[in-house]
Design a protein around this ligand. Structure first.
Ligand code: SF4
Ligand code: SF4
Ligand code: FES
Length: 750
């Protein structure tokens, strides 16, 4: 049963340690106790997994209020992690009996624990260490020989397992069963010999393997990349946001001696709950510490790079951009913050008088905002994470979800597992969603448009005439357009059996709401604009554009792709999506920026690259963009950069595109800067500076601000907070996105 969105839970009256309180009915006692600041010690319990009551660390004394006001105590202590709160529950968490029980549980767990804390990576942040410190026996009465098992050995590329330290809490095993769903770990053997491992002792290949390190309550599972690199007391922890995809996971960056040594999840119930994927947890650390960092401005001198000062770099760039007389273009990367993207387009538009700016590297470079407004009267992304649990059918279309949107994958799986949401997936090859999807449509690569046309054809016929008329009043032209797209035609074009397609159409017609998630195959389809329009018609025809928990979600791929569109890094739209031809909007920005904004829409990414080839663009600014790697046609990108007279590359690392640059500007990574990102659900979230910028590198926003000062001769903003205030004053969607309002967990617009 899908979860009712925004449902108000029934409250019950309970009492903990003599303190009366109201909590939602069914809330576990261990969670309810946190409401009065009572942290009941735990090992096997985890807030985001089903309770199993395995370790008995969370025992409490419990009773129930009787009609006469007395309390009837249960004869034995109860595990608070499996006890749901009901009316009249009374609990004691600090009684003499409980203190004794906790000590006994700990003494038992420590019998076989090696107590090698001084050389354990978990030492200093270990729940077993902490619980022993607070509740455990001061000495051990056990004098026999302890259990001996293989010491640390690699379980996977990232995870190390030390069997002797394991306390058999089962958290790691349950994670792979319940959350990641790959069920790669199991508890093998019995009794004191129980060991977590992969079934056939094979490599642990989960895409989410790093989470088991974080949830292991002892040092049995440790990180191979972080191992012995730091102790908890000599790292500095800073809050941040992941930049490896558009899911916007909340993270902590742990740094030591000027380097990020570890990334852990930061809890945000609305986004990543408390999980990360391995890309965000491990690959991001590799990226941040990659040796090819740019730390000094450099200009090309023949085949060599010549280090220059920032003043010389700015002078050279402005002189060459002036020489190009408006024949300038700019591409921004999606790892740039909102503040940087905003200043980039402001500099290009009002500073260099060019609307030739874009951030898109996929084939789809149409006016998505206009299409969504005119066809759906909605935004291109209709939903948020929590809608996944409230909808009735999730249709994953053209996306390898586990790879493109790992956290959306986890939340989709949760919706299926916990709330019985139906899942359908259409993708050309095997993919992870198929493992739990009710409908699996493996179509011929490139036939996405035919598949949607076929579905529309069947649904136009299958849905009641009054539903079709209500949802799509002008449906006759669509019927005429699709008159040949019969199930047989669709089978010929897609390879999907007509019966399978008809059965899926039945499913769509039978559910009250459907939430569509699309991916890379849509953005890079040769007829991507047509495909997007057909998906919008499908959403309308099925009535999902009016459903709160249904709708179309054209998921962005890059970390801050949503922010780049919001900030107006588009050739035809100003920040907040006003058209550049809109005189009133232009006037507003002209007034605010103190410099005119050109009124003709600029070229898209493809147009800019083509214009580099023909000489219509003579100076190109790549700010965090790497078209040679990211553009769907890398050969075009390569030829364009080679042909362009003057290419400026601003990036944190040496990139494939930087090889073609005439000037290199060293920029900061997310760890060395501060600002905000907007994830796929349009949630604007803050990140904070964790490290000093290396060498002479500068945050992107500062480079744009310093160029603005020199080009327009106006006072630039002094920090990202000031930039966000300017954004909030000019972009209606961001009106409430001040740093204070965003807080630690962000704010969703729209
Ligand atoms: S390895 Fe860690 S998480 Fe897994 S069962 Fe052992 S103690 Fe629990
Ligand atoms: S899902 Fe995306 S945002 Fe989250 S940790 Fe993985 S790469 Fe980062
Ligand atoms: S935490 Fe409750 S039994 Fe383990």
């Amino acid at each position: 049963m899908p979860r009712a969105k925004n449902a108000q839970p029934k409250l019950v009256n309970i009492e903990i340690n003599g303190i009366p309180l109201q909590v939602p009915e069914g809330e576990l006692l261990v969670e309810a106790a946190k409401r009065i600041g009572e942290d009941i010690p735990i090992f096997c319990y985890h807030k985001y997994m089903k309770p199993v009551g395995m370790c008995r660390m969370c025992l409490v004394e419990v009773g129930y209020k009787q009609p006469d006001g007395s309390v009837r105590k249960m004869p034995k202590p109860q595990a608070s992690c499996t006890l749901p709160c009901t009316e009249g529950l009374v609990a004691w968490t600090q009684s003499e009996q409980i203190i004794k029980d906790r000590r006994a549980v700990l003494e038992f767990l420590l019998i076989n624990h090696p107590l090698d804390c001084p050389i354990c990576d978990r030492g200093g942040e270990c729940p077993l260490q902490n619980n022993t410190q607070f509740y455990g026996p001061p000495i051990s009465r056990y004098i026999e020989i302890k259990r001996h098992l293989p010491k640390a050995f690699p379980l996977s590329k990232y995870v190390m397992l030390d069997l002797e330290r394991c306390i058999q809490c089962g958290r790691c095993v349950r994670f792979t069963e319940e959350i990641s769903g790959d069920a790669q770990l199991a508890l093998l053997f019995r009794g004191a010999q129980t060991q977590p491992h992969t079934f056939q002792l094979t490599e642990f290949t989960s895409r989410f393997s790093g989470n088991v390190i974080e949830i292991c309550p002892v040092g049995a599972l440790t990180s191979r990349t972080y191992r012995f690199r730091a102790r908890p007391w000599d790292i500095v922890t800073q809050k941040s946001i992941c930049t490896m995809c558009s899911n916007g996971c909340n993270l902590y960056f742990d740094s030591r001696a000027g380097k990020v040594v570890r990334i852990n999840a930061r809890e945000n119930p609305e986004v990543n709950e408390t999980w990360t994927c391995d890309k965000g947890k491990f690959e991001q650390v590799e990226f941040l510490n990659a040796p090819n960092r740019l730390t000094q401005p450099m200009r090309r001198n023949g085949t060599a790079w010549e280090p220059i000062s920032w003043a010389q770099a700015y002078e050279l760039m402005l002189e060459r951009f002036a020489r190009a007389r408006g024949a300038v273009g700019g591409l921004a990367g999606t790892r740039l913050s909102n503040e940087a993207l905003y200043l980039f387009q402001k500099l290009m538009r009002a500073g260099f008088q060019s609307n030739h700016i874009d951030h898109r590297m996929t084939r789809y470079q149409g006016d998505l905002w206009a299409h969504a407004q005119s066809l759906l009267n909605k935004l291109p992304v209709a939903n948020e994470y929590r809608d996944l649990e409230a909808t009735h059918l999730i249709f994953v279309f053209g996306a390898d979800l586990i790879d493109e949107q790992p956290m959306v994958f986890l939340r989709t799986r949760k919706a299926w597992r916990h709330y019985g949401v139906k899942v359908a997936v259409a993708y050309p090859v095997a993919n992870a969603v198929e493992e739990f999807a009710e409908t699996r449509l493996r179509y011929r690569a490139g036939s996405e448009l035919a598949l949607v046309k076929g579905l529309l054809y069947i649904l136009l016929d299958k849905l009641p005439a009054e539903t079709v008329a209500a949802n799509l009043p002008d449906h006759e032209w669509l019927q005429a357009l699709l008159q040949n797209c019969t199930p047989a035609w669709t089978q010929d074009h897609t390879g999907i059996a007509a019966e399978q397609l008809l059965a899926f159409a039945d499913t769509i017609a039978s559910v009250p709401s459907m939430l569509i998630l699309t991916g890379e195959k849509v953005w890079n389809h040769p007829e991507s604009e047509e495909l997007v329009k057909h998906l919008m018609w499908l959403t309308r025809l099925t009535g999902n554009c009016h459903q709160e928990s249904g709708g179309l979600n054209l998921l962005p791929l890059g970390a801050n792709e949503q922010g780049a569109s919001d900030m107006g890094v588009l050739p035809n739209r100003l920040p907040g999506y006003a058209l550049v031809e809109d005189e009133a909007a232009r006037e507003r920005f002209t007034q605010a920026w103190g410099a005119p904004v050109p009124s003709t829409p600029g070229l898209t990414t493809d147009g800019i690259l083509q214009a580099c080839l023909t000489g219509e663009i003579q100076a190109l600014y790549l700010a965090g963009a790497n078209p040679v790697r990211e553009h769907y046609d890398p050969t075009l990108a390569e030829r364009a950069l080679r042909a362009c007279e003057f290419v400026v590359v601003q990036d944190s690392h040496m990139t494939e595109s930087a090889e073609y640059a005439d000037l290199l500007l060293p920029a900061c990574t997310v760890a060395e800067s501060e600002g905000t990102y907007t994830n796929w659900e349009r949630r604007v979230q803050r990140f904070w500076r964790a490290l000093e910028p290396p060498g002479e590198s500068k945050p992107d926003w500062l480079i744009f601000a310093e160029l603005w000062l020199r080009q327009v001769r106006q006072t630039p903003p002094f920090n990202p907070r000031e930039v966000m205030c300017e954004i909030a004053s000019l972009v209606p969607q961001y009106a409430e996105c001040t740093y204070e309002a965003l807080g630690d967990s962000g704010k969703r617009w729209g």
